[in-house]
Design a protein around this ligand. Structure first.
Ligand code: GLN
Length: 488
């Protein structure tokens, strides 16, 4: 068996049957990462990987081992990893080495996974193309068949995590999703990505962007692998007050793509003006796949959809401006080396040097919408509309088990496109943001290729805590789409 055909599931089998060892697997991935030109990683962790793999081999030999024992996984550089530099792709955290492990990465290691490195992202997870990183942009391994010279973005903000799995630099990866940062890059890179229900994974030890929206999740080559990986990182954590004390189901074992008796909603408001023909087509095809799997397709209405983007781009910057106030040059990371005459001046210089343009833009917007006189008009209003958006979903879920939408309004675009216009870039999140505002689980699954040979994804949204239905419906699409991730 060649290593680059492996999935998490088949790697676990191969390890168990002694076809190869975890150390061999880790060496293979360390080597692949070294050769890669796509800048998926901010920090590689060869030594950590080899050490963890040795321990896994011992456990496997003694018949023990966790859910992911010996499997190489990449970790978004937003999760604090004890003793391993954690930058959030920002200059301001360039020399930050955490003294503690985030709960999600701790869970990952408890399950026996092997960390191959910390992946690149948009600075503080703000972006849709992985172009705002202080450590350079990430290249997608995909090429347009019509314009093979064009360099394509992997999507963002978890662009490094998505591209690493697509390029087979790891068998799976961790991401975070605040408004689409797992689902949109999964779609752009032709892999599966899931953001679970808000509260399913602990946020403790994850660098905060917008706390009421931030949620950890995973990328994998297929739906079953993503279920296994999500199982490993989920669970209650008393250190996060928004973490919910619910048992983590065995999603992996219970995946069932027979959708007989299930009702799937198509939200008419997602048929937005200017949606490209290829996106409409793949959406229709997805509905056909689900019908063939036994589901009934029903039109539903989510009337407040059109407000989702402006609400998100009010709430998220507000929370970001508050969360990022802690980077003051005193407690964390970078401090200006220039001579300053007052504490305020030190703060100002440190933050001016440490943050990139997009982060500064969000801090300014957030500070503005939270300021006296504007708070009621913008922030409070946005929160009220957020409640209406959540209610739209609750009403729709009285009639249907899941909602099917496109993941993103286009396939991956060229590096440099949309960069001059932040609002155009924000439009990328049009289909993913509503579920984020409502705290609902959403999975992105590849459904086919466009006429340039680039992958297009579909999104399935379900009720809170019903990740199982996300996996089941996604599996039905996967089974029928006939899509296969190429070897790059
Ligand atoms: N693209 C969105 C933003 O820039 C979402 C980012 C995310 O989910 N972290 O805010």
């Amino acid at each position: 068996m060649s290593f680059n055909e492996l999935t998490i599931e088949s790697a676990l089998k191969g390890l168990k049957n002694k076809q190869f060892s975890s150390v061999e697997l880790a060496k293979n991935y360390n080597e692949r990462i070294k050769k890669s030109q796509s800048n998926c990683f901010i920090t590689t962790t060869e030594e950590v990987a080899l050490k963890q793999a040795e321990q896994s081999d011992k456990k496997i030999a003694s018949g023990q081992g966790g859910l992911l024992e010996g499997v190489p996984i990449a970790v978004k550089d937003l999760f604090c990893t004890k003793g391993v530099r954690t930058t959030a792709a920002s200059k301001i955290l360039g020399n930050f080495i955490p003294q503690y492990e985030s709960t999600v990465s701790a869970n990952l290691f408890k399950s026996g996974a092997v960390m191959v490195g910390k992946t690149n992202l948009d600075e503080f997870a703000m972006g849709s193309a992985n172009i705002t990183s202080a450590y350079g942009n990430v290249l997608s391994p995909w090429k347009s068949t019509k314009h093979p010279k064009k360099k394509l973005v992997p999507g963002g903000s978890s662009g490094g995590s998505a591209a690493a799995v697509a390029e087979d630099l790891a068998l799976g990866s961790l991401g975070t999703d605040t408004g689409g940062s797992i689902r949109q890059p999964a779609a752009f890179c032709g892999i599966t990505g899931i953001k679970p229900t808000y509260g399913r994974c602990s946020r403790w030890g994850t660098v905060a962007f917008a706390s009421s929206l931030d949620q950890a999740g995973v990328f994998a080559k297929n739906v079953k692998d993503s279920a296994l990986l999500l199982q490993a990182i989920s669970g209650y954590d008393e250190k996060d007050s928004t973490s919910v004390n619910l048992e983590v189901p065995n999603w992996f074992a219970n995946i069932n793509s027979n959708l007989k008796g299930k009702k799937i909603g198509i939200p008419k408001e997602y048929n937005v003006d200017g949606i490209p023909e290829e996106i409409k087509k793949i959406w229709e095809k997805g509905a056909e796949f689900l019908k063939a799997a036994g589901a009934e397709i029903i039109e539903v209405s989510l009337p407040h959809t059109k407000y989702a983007l402006p609400v998100y781009y009010t709430v998220a910057p507000a929370e970001c401006s508050s969360n990022l106030a802690r980077y003051d040059g005193v407690r964390y990371g970078h401090r200006t080396s220039e001579k300053t005459n007052s504490l305020d001046e030190m703060y100002e210089k440190t933050r001016a040097e440490g943050f990139g343009d997009e982060v500064k833009r969000r801090i300014m917007i957030g500070t503005y919408v939270l300021s006296a006189g504007y708070y009621e008009a913008y922030y409070v209003k946005a929160q009220k509309i957020r409640t209406l958006i959540a209610q739209d979903f609750a009403t729709a879920f009285e009639k249907v088990d899941a909602i099917l939408t496109p993941t993103a309004p286009s396939a991956a675009f060229e590096i440099g496109a949309n960069e001059d216009d932040p609002v155009k870039m924000y439009l990328n999140d049009i289909f993913t943001i509503p579920a984020s505002l409502a705290g609902l689980p959403g999975i992105a699954v590849p459904a086919g290729l466009n006429d340039e040979g680039l992958p297009l994804g579909l999104q399935i949204i379900t009720k809170p805590w019903d990740e199982q239905t996300c996996f089941n419906v996604a599996k039905a699409i996967e089974d029928q789409a006939g899509y296969k991730l190429p070897s790059f």
